[in-house]
Design a protein around this ligand. Structure first.
Ligand code: 4AD
Ligand code: MG
Length: 467
């Protein structure tokens, strides 16, 4: 069997009169007088391809096996379709059944199954409309990420997943250790702690799954100028929110000879270019999301691609929130972090489009951010978008060795562990800046999906690591 076969999306584009093969999974079969209609999908596009089987062409016994979920190949002639919505259909002359699907137990039987139920069958849900569309959008967005950076001369750096440094200095990390020994029994593995001294552990010191590739990618930006990393990151926060995962993908560009203004420009162009690419390549999928998931989707995506992002300072944001007259759950005062409800009020209600908030108090941001002359704020920038809240977090980096060292000391962070990071400021330091975009939040924004667990193939969250 040749992997370079025609997809169903290609058959839609062909002219009638040709003999073709159509491979896929059966969505539905409908029988009427003397003819059966099969809707076939191979995930290559949103629309199902119609197969027409006239009575007598396929043995009755075989026809019975063509049920929802079964995997088949139809051979036959491409003919003009009298039906609406597609120009061609396949008049079957033969069929190969690769795999049957028992209609009494196939879980994706019913149309309109809840997203919660589909999460429990994440190994099969991609065969349905919604998750097929999510994964196609996810793919195109990822391709657009690499195209964006490649076309601007960035180098893609593969930063490590196992790390000994806490990039955000915030602590919610998964340990990577072989000190916990798994003993396999009939009930599955049980853990036994062999030792508690990190010096005896696999790496000879405490190691973790990375929360961010930023510190590593900074090293390469100060040598290759513009770099980015795009990979999985891990956070052990016990958050059950619809915007947090324990394992998520992050895109982190880092740019030498760049300040917070260049950083914001890059973030804005980046988001816009990805939206435009997905609008250009996933029209049918986006139409579906607009009809079934989020009625404002197309309007907002088109609007975002065209209009400038608002830019305000954290202090402006606090003033807006204080004078809003809104009843927020969390109090608003200068110095405390913006909560999701605050972020959404600003970008959805007050501004009505993506908003970049800059110059946050240093005490609510990470140690590596560039300190402003007021000694109270740092050159941080968060991009907030309607429906999601924080999509991007970034900053200009502290490139002055003495200021960075003082900040690490002030926060009581282990300075020795950051020796190589401090070396970057000791030898040929340069102004530089970057940001991190949570890829799943972007996919939520692009699809209108409301729960981050529904925009990744297999979600990892507190209490769930199935599949
Ligand atoms: O704001 P964060 O924590 O920033 C960083 O990690 C920086 N090191 C980035 C940088 O400057 N290179 O995370 C960046 C983004 C957030 O804006 C959010 O979109 C996403 O990552 N994010 C999450 N997405 C899903 N689940 C989680 N638990 C997330 N935590 C952050
Ligand atoms: Mg953040």
């Amino acid at each position: 069997m040749n992997y370079r076969r025609q997809y169903l999306k290609d058959l839609f584009q062909m002219t009638p009169g040709q003999t073709v093969e159509a491979y896929g999974w059966v969505k539905t079969r409908r029988d009427s007088k003397g003819v059966s209609f099969v809707q076939l999908s191979d995930g290559s596009c949103f629309n199902d391809f119609q197969i027409v089987i006239e009575a007598g062409t396929i043995p009755e016994e075989t026809l019975k096996q063509i049920t929802t979920g079964s995997c088949v190949m139809f051979g036959g002639d491409l003919v003009e379709s009298p039906g609406q919505g597609q120009s061609v259909e396949l008049k079957a002359t033969n069929v190969t059944i690769y795999g049957q699907a028992d209609p009494t137990t196939y879980p994706l039987q019913k149309k309109g199954a809840s997203l919660e139920f589909l999460r429990e069958i994440a190994h099969l849900r991609v065969r349905g409309n919604t998750f097929g569309a999510v994964m196609r959008v996810r793919n195109q967005a990822a391709q657009a990420v690499h195209n964006f950076f490649d076309s601007r001369g960035f180098n893609w750096i593969h930063t490590p997943i196992i790390t000994a440094s806490d990039a955000e200095g915030a602590g919610a990390m998964f340990a990577v250790s072989t000190l916990l020994e798994a003993e396999h029994g009939p009930e599955g593995p049980q853990f036994r702690l062999k030792d508690t001294d990190p010096a005896n552990d696999f790496f000879g010191k405490p190691a973790f799954l990375t929360v961010s590739g930023q510190l590593n990618v900074e090293t390469h930006a100060l040598g290759l100028t513009n770099c980015y990393t795009f990979g999985p990151t891990f956070r052990a926060e016990n958050s059950h929110s619809v915007r947090h995962l324990s394992e998520f993908w992050m895109i982190e560009p880092e740019m030498a000879f760049c300040d917070i203004h260049g950083d914001m420009d890059c973030a804005e162009e980046f988001v816009k270019e990805i939206i435009q690419h997905v609008l250009d390549t996933c029209g049918d999928d986006l139409n579906f999301f607009n009809q079934r998931i989020e009625p404002t989707l197309l309007e907002t995506l088109n609007h975002v691609a065209e209009s400038p992002f608002e830019r305000i300072t954290y202090t402006d944001a606090i003033n807006m929130l204080v004078s809003s007259g809104e009843n927020f759950e969390f109090p608003v005062e200068w110095g405390s972090d913006l909560q999701s409800e605050h972020e959404r009020w600003i970008t959805e209600k007050k501004i009505g489009r993506p908003t970049i908030v800059t110059d946050y108090p240093k005490d609510i941001k990470a140690f590596y951010m560039y300190r402003n002359d007021d000694n109270k704020t740092v050159r941080a920038m968060d991009v907030l978008v309607p429906r999601i809240g924080e999509l991007i977090g970034g900053s200009q980096r502290e490139d002055r060795l003495d200021v960075l060292e003082a900040r690490i000391d002030e926060l009581g962070l282990p300075k020795e562990a950051y020796w190589w990071y401090l070396d970057l400021r000791k030898f040929g330091s340069a102004p530089h800046a970057g940001f991190g975009l949570g890829f799943e939040r972007l996919i939520m924004y692009l699809t209108g999906m409301k729960n981050i667990r529904d925009v990744i193939p297999f979600h990892r969250a507190p209490g769930s690591a199935d599949f």
